[in-house]
Design a protein around this ligand. Sequence first.
Ligand code: ADP
Ligand code: MG
Length: 691
Amino acid sequence: MTRSRRQTVFAGLDQPGAWPRTPRAPRPERLERPVVELEGVGATIAKRLGGLGLRTVGDLLEHRPRRYETAADEVRIADLRADEEVVIDGEVLNVEKRPMRGRRTRVTARVSDGSAAVTAAWFNQPWLADQLKPGIHVRLRGKLGRFGFDVRSYDIGEARATADFAPVYPAAEEIAAKTVRRAVEAALPSLADVFDPLPAELRERERMPLKRDALAVVHNPVDLGEAERGRRRLAFDELLVLQIGIARRTAERDRTLAAGLGEPGELILRYRKTLPFALTPYQETAIRELDGDLARTVPMQRLLQGDVGSGKTVVALYALLRAVENGRQGALMAPTETLAEQHFLTIEGLCAELGVSCALLTSSSPKARREAPATADIVVGTHALIQEGVAFRDLAVAVVDEQHRFGVEQRTALAVGRAPHVLHMTATPIPRTLALTVYGDLAVSEIAKPPASRKPIVTSWITEDRASEAYTRLTRLLRDGRQAYVVCPLIEASETSLARAAEEEAARLRRAELSEFRVGCMHGRLKPGERRDLMARFKAGELDVLVATTVIEVGVDVANATVMIVQEADRFGLAQLHQLRGRVGRGAEQSYCLLVSRAREELTESAQGRLQALVDTTDGFELAEIDLDLRGGGALLGTRQSGLSDLHFAHIRRDRDLLEQARASAAAVPAGPLRDQVDELFAEVEPEALA
Ligand code: ADP
Ligand code: MG
């Protein structure tokens, strides 16, 4: 496809017929054809596309390019200079494939253009070894780095135009970005079958192009400005669906009733006295906001957001006690058994002091499951709390911790039929703009700063070849009586193999670097009793080091644990690393987080960005914003978590104006495909049994 042949589509938007239209009516059902029916897409490629979630022609058309290559200078190999992104054009002399540590590979090819030769390197694309042959012509875009020419995009064989200007699609290990692009190109003629869900009147009023035109320029723009205008049209649709859904959810909520809980009373006074510290102003504000909600008979739907360690649990318990002092019950729902147990351990002691009964309910406690909801004042549990047959005596306040980990399903279930006041807590800081968008129907309280006595965690990023330095530092701190976590690499494997890897690593550390210390091992395969035991021993100081999988990600609270080593940290997401790091820095002592990664040359730009961001700041909100930039809004929350819409094209931060536009237009959207989409999403999240 040549890119210069036509004018920008939008230049002539106002002139009817400026963009060649097909005479026949769109047949959207044709977009359901499997990708394998496209020319040039065989069974193998179809399967790999399937791995990316691209199964139909329509999927390909809606696949968003991650970025666009902009023009780069073509230079002679002899003129290459370090760190400048350029295009080179030459012939392959020889090819080599080298296995690296883990399952990684590096393919290198010696490339010459007559002026000189350079070694070009591709990481983790082993299939290239079969495509690159001596004598073949290549056009490469990239920069000269430590290991030779670091290839960013390439054309092999014929001279095509990737290197000059083209959309770049997210690639996966199994499939090159370029193959995805070819498949998308093969799907483009089907744009004629794309039906526009926006009513013409609304579309014109908002000055939006036709959906098929928008898709056309997103995949094949003349320039970046055009691509951006196409993207905005597609983003607008997504934001509309989101806004319609939010409006509906709000309306539904306002039809149910909850118990009004009046003003705080004597139990709350005693609770405040029992706490060994004064509440921070942020905690006080959150509590005041919460009290306002609880006094009303409209069920509370509030999001309490605050960084890890900011002190949300204290506020949550306050809400639960407000129910108890009214003779009703409170429930705290956590996403994992470990976290439920942790919460229980924290709360149980305080409750005992206050004369409030508190029970733990998980799927591995069948007896508690029958009894606790009927008798206890406060019930702490996992999603077992909302399963069939769990009958609360009189549930008035429900706290849902780490709500981003729950599907909307559970969130709805807890709210439907029982109408308790619900406080959602999240420690994965969601930028405010995003919170208001995605949880438009939730009020937001924010604990913006942790208790003042905390020292910011000192974070370092070390590459594997220097990992021993990390253990030297760890040893020194352990000898000082501190405790530590060692987090094992995140390999894409089953819980069982993760557990095995953690056990092996613990055994290795006991023999080697940490032989003088007491090392425990925590993973998802332990029985709840064993896990509780292990945590209790660690908390009591009977263990120095806890080697763990990410099961320690949330909730673990041991103030003396001040060091964390994360192995192969580049494999983790930014939010996850921030969560992990939040396990240290919970007391007055200086805490440290050591991120050990693979060699820099092996890391993607985004992985480097993540690690550097963690070194630069401990502010979760700032990190969330960076994460948004690195990954986009849809990826941060995901379909299940945002509840209503997976945002592919919308960019929450950049598209605030569009968001406002969508909010204003939502009510004007008549029955039709967009509302159907909202219906479908709602059908998904409301299991019949609970409706
Ligand atoms: P979060 O749930 O937000 O991650 P926690 O509620 O677990 O944070 O609080 C982290 C630690 O800070 C806990 O050990 C808690 O006892 C302590 N903490 C909470 N509020 C205060 C406060 N106002 N002053 C001092 N310490 C506090
Ligand atoms: Mg907590």
